[in-house]
Ligand binder design. Structure first.
Ligand code: NAP
Ligand code: MG
Length: 402
C-alpha cells in the first residue's frame, strides 16, 4: 500500500507510564502502516525532563508555535512522591501548565460518544464540551509558607518597581500558615472569550459560563465583564441568527443546571474548574478514556491530547508483567485530531480522510462490542455481545476494522 505523505512535521511529545506504552503501539499499529509520519520528536517523559532541567518542555512548546500542530502523550506532573520515585533534581512544574502558559490558549474537551455506552447521567443525550481557560490562576501561582508572627501582603508596584499599593493578606498571629498569589491578564481573558465564542459558533453550541464573582469581586468579576463586553460587541448578532445564546451565572448554579440539561452546550470554565469538571463530565459520559482535548492558541496553534493522565495503576500492573486493558481511544483521537489539522493546513485531503476513517473505525469497534475493561461494564446494545480486550488486542481490532 502506498503511504500517505506529509509536508510539515507534527510536534510529537512523548510522555509517561501506561500512556507511553500505548503511544508506541498506536503509532506502530494504527498510523505508521498508512502514513509516512513526519514528526519532530520531543521526549517529555519524566526522566528526560529531569535530565534537561525541563528545557525539553519549553522547546516542545516553542516548536508548536513554529510548526502549528502538536500531539501530546499524557505526562506525570511530579509531586513529592514522584520526586522520590524518580530521584528528581527538582519538583518540575506541570508540563501541560508550561505549554499552556507559552501558547496562552484555551483547552476544549469533548466526550467521544459511542452507541451502547450510556452516560451515567442519563439525561445527557448530547455531548457537553468544556472550555478550560489555559492561562494563569493557580497553575502559575506563587506560594509560600508563613511562620507564626509573620504577615503576608499583596503589593502592587509601578514599572520602576516603586510600591503603589499594599494590602494585608493575613497576619499569622495564632500560628503558621500558607499563602498563595494568583494572577491573570485582560489580554488572556479576552483571547479566551473570543476563542470560546468562535468554537461554540462553529460547533453550534450555546455557551454557559460560571465563576464566583459574588465572592471574588475584582478577580472573577473581571472575567464576567470581559465576556459580557466581547459577546455584546462581537458575537451577539451571530449567536442570535444561529439560534444560540450566551449565559453567565454563578459557578454553583451552572453545576446544578448542567446536571439537569440534555447537553449540547459549551461549558466555559476558569482554569481550575475546567481541570476538575472535565474529569467529572468525562467520567459521566462513560470513561476518562473517552474524552478528547485540544489546546487552541489565539494565533491558531493546536495541541491535541487525551484528557486523562498516565493511568499509573495500570502501568504498575504492566511492569509486573500482568495484562492491562487500558482505553486508548482518547489518545488515538489526539493523533487523528492532529493529523486532520495538519492535513487541513497543508492541503492534504488524504490525510484528513485517513484521520476520519481511523476515528470511525475506533468508534465502530466499540459499537460492535469490542472494547477495553473500563467500557465493558457500561456497554448495552441489543444483539451485540460484549468482548473485553486487553490494551494491545483492542488496537489490533481497530486495525482490522480500519
Ligand atoms: P489518570 O491517569 O487519568 O487515571 C485515573 C484513573 O482513571 C485510572 O486509575 C483508571 O481507573 C481511570 N482511567 C484513566 N484513564 C484511563 C484509560 N485511558 N483507560 C482506562 N482507565 C482509565 O489520573 P491520575 O491517576 O490522577 O494521574 C496519574 C498521573 O497522570 C499523575 O502523575 C498525573 O500527574 C498525570 N496526569 C497527567 C495529565 C496530562 O498529562 N494531561 C492529566 C492528568 C493527570 P482504574 O484504576 O479504576 O482502572
Ligand atoms: Mg484534571
Amino acid at each position: 500500500m502506498k503511504k500517505i505523505k506529509m509536508i510539515t512535521p507534527l510536534v510529537e511529545m512523548d510522555g509517561d507510564e501506561m500512556t507511553r506504552v500505548l503511544w508506541r503501539d498506536i503509532k506502530k499499529i494504527l498510523i505508521e502502516p498508512y502514513v509516512e509520519l513526519k514528526s519532530e520528536y520531543y521526549d517529555l517523559g519524566l526522566t528526560h525532563r529531569d535530565e534537561t532541567c525541563d528545557e525539553v518542555t519549553i522547546k516542545a512548546a516553542e516548536a508548536t508555535k513554529r510548526l502549528g500542530v502538536a500531539v501530546k502523550c499524557a505526562t506525570i506532573t511530579p509531586n513529592a512522591q514522584r520526586v522520590e520515585e524518580y530521584k528528581l533534581k527538582e519538583m518540575w512544574k506541570s508540563p501541560n501548565g508550561t505549554i499552556r502558559r507559552i501558547l496562552d490558549g484555551t483547552v476544549f474537551r469533548a466526550p467521544i460518544l459511542a452507541k451502547g455506552i450510556t452516560p451515567y447521567v442519563p439525561g445527557w443525550t448530547k455531548p457537553i464540551a468544556i472550555a478550560r481557560h489555559a492561562y494563569g490562576d493557580i497553575y502559575n501561582s506563587v506560594e509560600d509558607k508563613a511562620e507564626e508572627g509573620q504577615s503576608a501582603y499583596l503589593v502592587i508596584c509601578d514599572k520602576d518597581g516603586k510600591e503603589v499599593r499594599r494590602k494585608l493578606v493575613h497576619e499569622f498571629k495564632a500560628g503558621p500558615g500558607i499563602v498563595q498569589a494568583v494572577h491573570n491578564t485582560d489580554k488572556s481573558i479576552e483571547a479566551f472569550a473570543r476563542s470560546c465564542f468562535i468554537f461554540a459558533l462553529s460547533e453550534k453550541l450555546s455557551v454557559w459560563f460560571g465563576a464566583k464573582d459574588t465572592i471574588s469581586k475584582t478577580y472573577d468579576h473581571r472575567f464576567k465583564d470581559i465576556f459580557a463586553d466581547i459577546y455584546e460587541r462581537e458575537f451577539r448578532a451571530d449567536f442570535e441568527s444561529a439560534g444560540l445564546y450566551y449565559m453567565y451565572t454563578l459557578i454553583d448554579d451552572v453545576v446544578a443546571r448542567v446536571m439537569r440539561s440534555e447537553g449540547g452546550i459549551l461549558w466555559v470554565c476558569k482554569n481550575y474548574d475546567g481541570d476538575v469538571m472535565s474529569d467529572m463530565v468525562a467520567t459521566a459520559y462513560g470513561s476518562l478514556g473517552m474524552m478528547s482535548s485540544v489546546l487552541v492558541s489565539p494565533d491558531d496553534k493546536y495541541e491535541y491530547e487525551a484528557a486523562h493522565g498516565t493511568v499509573t495503576r495500570h502501568y504498575y500492573k504492566h511492569l509486573k508483567g500482568e495484562e492491562t486493558s487500558t482505553n486508548s481511544v482518547a489518545t488515538i483521537f489526539a493523533w487523528t485530531g492532529a493529523l486532520n489539522k495538519r492535513g487541513e493546513l497543508d492541503g492534504i485531503p488524504e490525510l484528513c480522510s485517513f484521520a476520519k476513517k481511523l476515528e470511525r473505525a475506533t468508534v465502530e469497534t466499540i459499537e460492535s462490542g469490542f472494547m477495553t475493561g473500563d467500557l465493558a461494564p457500561l456497554f448495552k446494545r441489543e444483539g451485540v455481545a460484549v468482548n473485553k480486550l486487553n490494551s494491545k488486542e483492542f488496537l489490533n481490532k481497530i486495525a482490522e476494522k480500519l
